[in-house]
Design a protein around this ligand. Sequence first.
Ligand code: FAD
Length: 478
Amino acid sequence: MSERDVVVVGGGISGLATAHCLARSGLAVELWERAPRVGGKIHTARKDGYCLDSAASMVMNFRSEVDAFIETAGLTTSKLPRAPGNKRYVLDASCLQEVPTGFGELLKTPLLSTSGKLRLLAEPLIARGKDPHENVAAFVGRRLGREFLEKVFEPYLAGPLASDVDHAEAVSTMPRLSALETRYGSLALGALLHRFLSRGSTARPQAFTFSGGMGTLTDSLAHNGGFRVRNNLRANEIWPVNGGWMVAGTGDNESRTVFARQLVLSTPSAAAASLVRSLDPLLAELLGGIEYAPIKVVHTGFERARVGHALGGSGFLVPRHSGFECNGCLWISSLFPGHAPAGKVLLTSYLGGARNPAARDWDQARCLDAVAPMLRNLLATRGEPDMLHIESHPSALPLYHGRYSARLAQMAARLEQLPGLHLEANYRGGVSVRDRILCAQTAARRILRQQQAKPAKAAIWLDSRELPDIAPATGTLS
Ligand SMILES: Cc1cc2nc3c(=O)[nH]c(=O)nc-3n(C[C@H](O)[C@H](O)[C@H](O)COP(=O)(O)OP(=O)(O)OC[C@H]3O[C@@H](n4cnc5c(N)ncnc54)[C@H](O)[C@@H]3O)c2cc1C
């Protein structure tokens, strides 16, 4: 039986980043991953000279802490910034319209009507909201108007977040925007003030991947992160002992039990729920109740000459009721020219999400039926793609739907009864790779503080499983 300062269960970016931050602080860390490879949703495949990311295709960063993390992970020289140019498009009445990013562009854009623009300009005059669990549609509609909601926000939530404006809780899904209203009473004025006040802690906004794709980030953390990785090892059971935690798991050829002073669960919520069920059924219920949306990632490669559109930008998002079944398309080879062979383009489309959960069961032909007409109509592609590769994520992203902040608060209260147990995955604190790294850094600081304050004793191994006296689970989510 072994002993570690920390065991991290789950080798996606959440677990890897947390393990790396802890190992850098000098703790002995072991990470368990049930799959043969680390990375979780993140993985880069190579096919016919294309570089194909299965989930995250880039990091969108504006925080200096993330730059520092990349640096300490030894990945600065592998960083691959996106090609210059910042145009993003949204489908509007059968045309791709550029999404305005500055004030001047906002006034000129044909995307919004004059009344829509006037409504936007009135934002600083709108009173603060009163409902702490307001959904995104209500929040954005109230502050920025219905037109901006439907044409800009709805496609953004359905695309990168796979979510639904009518069900996503604003404070959980867009915490930074929501905080601007709470703190400053206006998104526009708050953003200006915040930018001025936070000089130094924000980095120049940038989008980047790594040479070799996003898999380079996770592979490199696993190999050079300073902690021990055990692949093909699935955690089956956890129980508290002597102020620390026992973790038992099985793999292809081994079963393993380790004593950890602190235990981090970085699995999707359903797996965390089954690990904590016997200790705290209410925490398990809160975790198990988190909804996930499916996503199909459809990579298509074309000869450049067979795509009529200039592809100058990063891609486009599709609003609901557009008539297309797709949520958006990234022009990957425009962002990262090395991701497609010379003379070819890589277009990656996303199906499913909360908008269309039925896509979970679509086969390759059905996925292509959903994507091909859209590419033909909007990007003037001709013929079938030369390369087709589809990634299927039945439970791709957690949806911060309903009274999500209340769910998280209840989970945090339950966790206080289980000292030394930590939940660090994308159902808490944001789904983006940037947010996963920021959460890992915060978690590592917290764990280190706890470790220094009250080191657990592992000297006596107990045969009987001592469970702490946890209040019986009562009540459900309000
Ligand atoms: C299609 C798609 C596109 C995306 N695009 C972007 C993007 O461009 N930019 C961006 O910033 N973000 C993007 N994201 C979001 C981001 O990729 C994910 O939120 C993030 O990778 C999730 O990481 P995670 O570690 O929390 O979870 P996961 O990646 O799901 O990792 C959890 C790990 O836990 C393991 N596990 C589960 N149970 C056990 C067990 N009992 N024992 C041991 N191991 C276990 C699993 O095998 C898995 O490896 C995208 C996501 C998707 C799905």
